[in-house]
Design a binder for this molecule. Structure first.
Ligand code: ADP
Ligand code: MG
Length: 231
């Protein structure tokens, strides 16, 4: 749990409540939650080198303690297929972010493995003032944002409850496989819910947590984004 402690102390030292994606993903790794591979570039040249190292296509994402919702400010560009696209995206993201907030502190850019398209789900946690941390599950995109098709349990949850959470959302049939699309790896989601439950139970200082999206495949699942906000 060394990465978790380091991430929390770094944020606290800098007087921040929100962990960066890198820090939140380090915490995830401590708890065995699979995340997309990514490395921090501090300039465009480094971004190009890292993209070669990670392998195309890649995703570029702004890393700034002042930006919580990265895509809202044009801070994420996906599916960059070559060095030229990475270079252009780097400049574009910087300009987007500066336009939004000229004073935003910019740490650099995450160069990230592009996860193949899949069914996207969300696992989250919020703190209920009375009952403590609660876990949330839903399918990503419109299912959460428009249809509010999500389910909650007070933490800790056990394996059976994690299965129940997944089965009780209306969009569950999409995970089971439909019209020839293969079934998603439900057990991989269960593992992530259980790991998240353990994480929030062991760290009362977590106010909010959001793994959004988690890409779920026929075999395995991977968080492409992670957000943690401390009390
Ligand atoms: P934020 O939620 O802060 O706006 P995300 O990191 O979630 O930023 O990125 C926005 C969207 O970009 C995601 O919802 C997802 O659809 C896509 N995305 C992000 N990272 C990846 C990745 N590694 N592979 C594929 N798609 C990604
Ligand atoms: Mg996200």
């Amino acid at each position: 749990m060394e990465k978790t402690q380091r991430a929390f102390s770094q944020a606290i030292k800098e007087g921040r409540k929100n962990l960066t994606e890198t820090e939140a993903k380090a915490v995830c790794m401590d708890y065995g939650i699979p995340v997309t591979r990514s490395e921090l570039a501090e300039n465009e040249e480094e971004a190009l080198k890292l993209a070669e190292k990670i392998g195309f296509p890649v995703v570029l994402k702004i890393v700034s303690p002042d930006i919580i919702h990265k895509s809202d400010v044009g801070g994420v560009i996906v599916n960059l297929k070559n060095a030229k696209e990475v270079g252009n995206a780097y400049k574009q993201i910087l300009s987007n972010v500066k336009k939004h907030d000229a004073n935003a502190k910019i740490v650099g850019m995450l160069v990230q493995e592009m996860a193949p398209a899949s069914t996207e789900v969300i696992v989250g946690s919020i703190k209920d003032p009375q009952f403590g941390p609660a876990l949330m599950f839903g399918l990503g995109g419109v299912f959460v944002e428009v249809l509010k098709d999500v389910t909650f349990r007070i933490a800790p949850v056990n394996e059976e409850e994690a299965h129940e959470m997944i089965e009780e959302v209306k969009a569950y049939p999409l995970l089971k496989g439909y019209r020839g699309s293969p079934p998603a790896d439900i057990n991989a989601i269960v593992k992530i819910i259980l790991a998240t439950s353990k994480l929030v139970m062991e760290h009362e200082e977590i106010k909010e947590l959001d793994l959004n999206p988690i890409m779920v495949y026929e075999k395995g699942a991977k968080a492409a984004d992670a957000r943690i906000i401390l009390e």
